[in-house]
Design a protein around this ligand. Structure first.
Ligand code: 218
Length: 188
């Protein structure tokens, strides 16, 4: 890789991170629940698949720090330093795990085959890692918000498992709309 390529990846990552954060200002809770649809997850996993694991993890990490500063402290998403660390920098970085599928997706593009399911599978890995961390944090720290008599871990499973599924559905729908362009977006 040339020095120039690294700079282009860095700039691309900065633009994707800014876009992902801007999308966080579109209302995204499901009904009155704490289940959330995070539109920025889509550009983030696409970036991870396009540029690979390390850029994906890094962009996620920066997004997490940005969201903590811009929204976390003021929205009540930050409860204490360890919880904040797990649910923002770490959980957001975990989205970048989708990048382990970068080579596989590009092989599919090269073979002229559909990339829909490979993109979905590797995005699922990133989404799952993120919401698994929120699930753990939820069971430990968010039990107070559970309906009376509901076990905190069940509550956390409903909210974070629900968010995980809601985001997978949202991604699938957007992938259908992006069908004609997605390979050109991922191919470098
Ligand atoms: C049950 C429960 N409620 C709330 C949270 C906190 N949480 C969940 C998902 C995503 C984020 C990051 C900001 O979008 C946060 C802080 C939880 N873990 N569990």
């Amino acid at each position: 890789m040339e020095k120039k390529d690294g700079l282009i990846i860095l700039i691309e990552g900065a633009i994707i991170t800014a876009l992902a954060q801007a999308l966080n200002y579109i209302p995204h809770s499901v009904g009155a629940s704490s289940i959330e649809v995070v539109y920025g997850l889509v550009p983030m996993v696409i970036f991870a698949l396009r540029r690979g694991l390390k850029p994906g993890l890094t962009a996620g990490l920066v997004w997490g720090i940005l969201d903590l500063i811009l929204r976390g402290f003021s929205s009540g998403g930050f409860l204490n330093p360890l919880q904040g660390f797990i649910e923002y920098p770490i959980a957001f970085a975990a989205i970048g795990l989708a990048g382990i599928g970068s080579t596989r997706v590009k092989e599919k593009i090269q073979e002229g085959k559909s990339t829909f399911f490979v993109i979905l599978i590797y995005s699922t890995i990133g989404f799952f890692a993120k919401y698994f961390l929120h699930f753990i944090a939820g069971g430990i720290y968010w039990g107070l918000y559970a309906p009376k008599n509901m076990n905190p871990w069940i509550y956390s499973l409903v909210i974070n498992g629900g968010s995980f599924l809601a985001n997978l559905i949202m991604l699938s729908i957007i992938l259908v709309f992006l069908n004609r362009f997605i390979n050109r977006i991922i191919k470098v």
